[in-house]
Design a binder for this molecule. Structure first.
Ligand code: ADP
Ligand code: MG
Length: 361
């Protein structure tokens, strides 16, 4: 057994070193929308202590007035964000640790899962006034890189930053924070100015931002070593398209309407949770891309987005079900940086995959 390095003693490593690390799972409840209020919806979700989610369904108006819970469930996650949670709070709790780890050569992935309209894009991209996780992560990353580059022992350089694929956009390479922000905001603008069309697109496709940080450092023997850390931020397609995993509805949904990549994602989650030897990553481009985020050597965060409305009860229940299951996934513990690289796909494969993921839905 090799000696402990400084890196192994840091708190983040601690979290992962006793066996395999598990996926961190968070839930974010968005505020009730005007449209939902007007449709007479009631809230069926309650978040207590920033951890516990109570989902209840009222069978009728009569039951509601008597606060009679007909069907309900209680879930616990690493943290659950109520309607009042700010973008900064969500970023700090879910992703800032991963950004720090990426700068130390460990891969990290954050993905938002949930039905269309549940708040995935708001969480990932946000608005100009309230930027989301993607924007806050890039800002934080550049700030930290700049700080470290001034550090004499620790020469950090960002050699490339690539792979922005938003719905409808092709792949870009960018070299500065401003460039990345401009692209992200442009994508956001497209989505908001054409709500119907873009919503249709964003409910079918995944938006993926990948940032690769390469840096040079010295090992204990003062030899120069290059390290690479990759951060993937993913706004998944609307999960209602994967509802066909439910046996009862399997026959009623037409093949073309099923998001095959999300279906493949749930198969992988199931196989991982059940401890199967074979994980069917090959079934879709999305799962190939996420291979090192699901069961691999990677810090993985899932943010499950939900609406408070009882009109979305079924979708919310489905989302919480998968989030609850994802808690069981164990990612491989870290041994060496080499292993990290071998475990995932190569950069060339990665770039190709990113483009193909968009086409496969
Ligand atoms: P999705 O990407 O899951 O389809 P969106 O992120 O587009 O859903 O959210 C649907 C609507 O709700 C948008 O108008 C968005 O601005 C709003 N919204 C979502 N989450 C929040 C939140 N936490 N606070 C305020 N508004 C939100
Ligand atoms: Mg969206």
């Amino acid at each position: 057994r090799r000696a402990k390095t400084g890196q192994e003693m840091d708190p983040l490593f601690e979290r992962q070193s006793n066996g395999n690390s598990r996926i961190m799972v968070f839930v974010r409840l968005r505020p009730m929308m005007k449209k939902e209020k007007e449709a007479g919806s009631r809230s069926c979700v309650r978040i207590v202590n920033r951890r516990d989610v109570y989902l209840t369904e009222f069978a009728s108006e009569h039951d509601y007035l008597r606060l009679k819970r007909v069907r309900g469930r209680h879930f616990t996650f690493d943290a659950s964000f109520p309607e009042s949670a700010t973008q900064q709070e969500v970023y700090s709790t879910t992703t800032s640790e991963l950004v720090e780890a990426v700068l130390q050569g460990r891969n990290g992935s954050v993905f938002c899962y949930g039905a269309t309209g549940a708040g995935k894009t708001y969480t990932m991209l946000g608005t100009v006034e309230n930027p989301g996780v993607m924007v806050l992560a890039i800002k934080d990353l550049f700030t930290k890189v700049r700080q470290r580059s001034c550090d004499g022992n620790h020469v950090v350089h960002l050699s490339y930053l690539e792979g922005i694929v938003a719905a409808g956009l092709s792949q870009y390479r960018a070299y500065s924070t401003d460039e990345v922000m401009a692209l992200l905001l442009q994508g956001n603008k497209n989505r908001t100015t054409e709500p119907t069309r873009m919503n249709e697109t964003s409910s079918r496709s995944h938006a993926i931002l990948q940032v690769v940080v390469e840096y040079r450092t010295r090992d204990a023997a003062m030899n120069i070593v290059n390290r690479v850390g990759k951060l993937s931020l993913i706004d998944l397609a609307g999960s209602e398209r994967a509802l066909a995993t439910d046996q009862r509805t399997l026959r009623s949904i037409e093949g073309a309407n099923i998001n095959r990549s999300l279906l493949a994602l749930s198969s992988c989650i199931n196989a991982l949770v059940e401890g199967k030897k074979h994980i069917p990553y090959r079934n879709s481009k999305l799962t190939q891309l996420l291979k090192d985020s699901l069961g691999g050597a990677c810090n993985t965060v899932m943010i499950a987005n939900i609406s408070p409305s009882n009109l979305s009860f079924g979708e919310t229940q489905n989302t919480l079900h998968w989030a609850d299951r994802a808690k069981e996934i164990r990612n491989k513990a870290y041994e060496t940086t080499e292993e990290l690289v071998q475990d995932g796909v190569t950069d060339a494969e990665q770039a190709k995959l990113l483009l193909e993921v968009q086409k496969e839905n």
